[in-house]
Design a protein around this ligand. Structure first.
Ligand code: AR6
Length: 166
């Protein structure tokens, strides 16, 4: 089983094997955590993303971390939340699972996730965190040892801690 750690902080500062980017389908950058990751990794990250030809919602693609302390960035476009009845929970679960699969394939022992879809994509925090924790918790890890949920702000930290207790 994978160890779960819940922290408050800036994901771009974490010296883990891979950090996850809550991207969009173009993989060409954006605001929020995506913008922060591209700024911290340097322009090489965009150059590495261009030939990936985008990514479908719920899937994931990997690049080096360039100037980041993390070795890799795993980019995953989360679902845009409408009402929860348009496949959003399945797509969000698929994001976490696709990222964990890629981390395993690349020999990662430690991976950090932001709260995918919980910013401009509007996913309700409690529902999204429950999916995040459950998907990691039941993942049949082989080389993966630790997953960090990196919360941006105190409120998100509380939502994760509460969900983890349940
Ligand atoms: N470290 C950790 N978490 C962060 C950081 C950071 N440095 N910065 C923001 N967050 P969002 P989404 C949190 O909007 O909802 C982009 O433009 C933030 O507080 O970044 O999946 C993409 O290009 C929130 O809890 O991603 C897409 O177009 C979480 O990260 C779109 O936004 C996710 O918020 C994706 O939207």
């Amino acid at each position: 089983m994978v160890e779960i750690e819940i922290i408050q902080g800036d994901i771009t500062k974490l010296a883990v094997d891979a950090i996850v980017n809550a991207a969009n389908c173009s993989l060409l950058g954006g605001g929020g955590v995506d913008g922060a990751i591209h700024r911290a990794a340097g322009p090489e990250l965009l150059q590495a993303c261009i030939p990936l030809n985008g990514c479908e919602t719920g899937k994931a693609k990997i690049t080096p971390g360039f100037r980041l302390p993390a070795k890799f960035v795993i980019h995953t476009p989360g679902p845009i939340y409408r009402d929860g009845l348009h496949g959003e929970p399945e797509l969000l679960e698929s994001c976490y699972k696709s990222c964990l699969d890629l981390a395993e394939e690349n020999g990662c022992e430690t991976v950090a996730f932001p709260a995918i879809s919980c910013g401009v994509y509007g996913y309700p925090w409690e529902a999204a965190t429950e999916i995040a924790i459950r998907t990691v918790d039941k993942y049949p890890a082989k080389c993966l040892k630790k997953v960090v949920f990196c919360c941006f702000g105190e409120q998100m930290l509380k939502v994760y801690r509460d969900a983890y207790r349940k």
